[in-house]
Design a protein around this ligand. Structure first.
Ligand code: ZN
Length: 307
């Protein structure tokens, strides 16, 4: 898990209030996931932390004063720096229910120390299967959480009828086409119904207009210069910071193969993939996910600037 560039891996576990983040995390710790990890819990409301959480974690810190993404950001950065000083093997952050994971990633990327020491390996977002249908239509924050996820866990799926579950899973595929979607009951993985033929639910119009999430996949030619690709990418992020939801990719560079990741305008320092991983031609690509992206225009500018 910590192979790569020596930065401490950070898993962000987010999700709206009542989504079942703690339950999911407690189960994950219980079955030995994150066994080496120090758990950092951000509780905006000061609830006593379930001592069972300690059972599977290497250590536990509670950040009870403010939300890590906004009013508690300074304390969050200080707590993370402290964990870096203690050289913990890995960190799992359970965010408050009102946190935007992308803003948390931005605080890390924008802090000189944390950017060098921390690597966000995965953002897991829990979504309550019973309430998601309503939240999709009313909660912009809920939507931002879903968009920031690498993995979406639909929780409490035993309480939702299968046709609704199928529609929810289909909706997640529209909102965040690259995320892995799974189901859970009390943290245990549960299979989701087939989404074929399931209609996505109506989604909250963002900024007054309903904009479709699109994916643009760009193949990077073998002879393309990394410097040109990198310059093009920063220009795109500058120009489309608000419409871009995610950027992912693997690009060959002089230093090795780089894993690129961004959530909205914030780019993580690229990670060098281990040389032992098999290289294929399909490994040289960039995927952009965003609202109403102009596929042709982006592809053309990419082809010109990286020719
Ligand atoms: Zn916040």
């Amino acid at each position: 898990m910590s192979e790569g560039d020596g930065r401490i891996p950070l898993t962000i576990v987010g999700g709206y209030l009542g989504a079942g983040k703690s339950t999911w995390l407690r189960h994950a710790l219980h079955v030995g996931d994150f066994a080496q990890a120090h758990v950092l819990i951000n509780e905006a409301a000061e609830l006593p932390v379930d001592h069972l959480l300690l059972a599977g974690a290497a250590g536990l810190t509670v950040l009870a004063d403010g939300c890590a993404c906004c009013d508690g950001a300074t304390r969050f950065v200080a707590a993370m720096r402290d964990l870096c000083d203690r050289n913990v093997a890995a960190i799992v952050l359970e965010t408050s229910g009102l946190s935007d994971p992308a803003r948390i990633a931005a605080h890390i990327a924008n802090d000189g120390v944390l950017a060098r020491r921390i690597r966000v390996t995965e953002t897991i977002v829990a979504a309550d299967a019973l309430h998601a249908a309503a939240q999709i239509g009313t909660e912009p924050l809920w939507l931002r959480q879903i968009e920031a996820a690498d993995r979406i866990v639909l929780t409490k799926v035993d309480a939702a009828p299968p046709p609704l579950l199928a529609r929810l899973a289909a909706t997640m595929a529209v909102l965040n086409p690259e995320a892995v979607v799974s189901g859970a009951v009390l943290g245990s993985v549960v299979e989701l119904p087939d989404t074929r033929g399931a209609d996505p639910l109506p989604v909250l119009p963002v900024c007054g207009k309903s904009a479709q999430i699109r994916t643009v996949r760009l193949e990077v030619r073998a002879q393309a210069e990394w410097a040109a690709v990198s310059a093009w990418l920063s220009a795109v992020l500058q120009a489309h910071g608000n419409t871009l939801v995610r950027v992912k990719g693997v690009v060959r560079a002089p230093a090795g193969r780089l894993l690129l990741q961004s959530v909205r305008g914030t780019v993580q320092p690229p990670e060098i993939l281990p040389a032992s991983m098999t290289v294929t031609d399909e490994d040289n690509f960039i995927v952009l996910i965003g609202r109403d992206l102009d596929d042709d225009r982006i592809s053309r500018s990419f082809a010109v600037l990286t020719a």
